[in-house]
Unconditional design. Structure first.
Length: 108
């Protein structure tokens, strides 16, 4: 993949957030400082970065795809109500212990 200033900006935006933004969120974040950036360019570059394994695409039911600049092995928790996604790093299989069996949270 050839160097692209737009791709560098998009990659930098993903690597400097703990959020898991949609393509539109990345676009809105960068658009103010880079007014010539287009939403199509953001989508195209995000997909190219996913194809090379540089970032990950997260598919969330009933929500636009999200993107993660952290490609190290880790789990994600997604709130069904607000659709927020958070990273968690726990030993394999131990993630169920993070949410109490009683209360308002449930792991599906």
């Amino acid at each position: 993949m050839n160097y692209s200033k737009q791709r560098e900006l998009i990659m930098d935006a993903l690597q400097h957030t703990n959020e898991h933004p949609t393509a539109e969120t990345v676009y809105r974040t960068l658009k103010g400082e880079y007014p010539r950036l287009s939403l199509a360019t953001v989508y195209r570059n995000l997909n190219q970065l996913c194809e090379t394994g540089t970032i990950r695409k997260l598919r969330v039911a009933d929500s636009p795809d999200r993107f993660d600049g952290n490609v190290e092995p880790h789990y994600h928790l997604c709130c069904k109500a607000c659709k927020k996604i958070i990273d968690i790093t726990v030993p394999k299989g131990a993630w169920r212990a993070l949410v109490p069996s009683e209360g308002k949270h449930r792991i599906d």
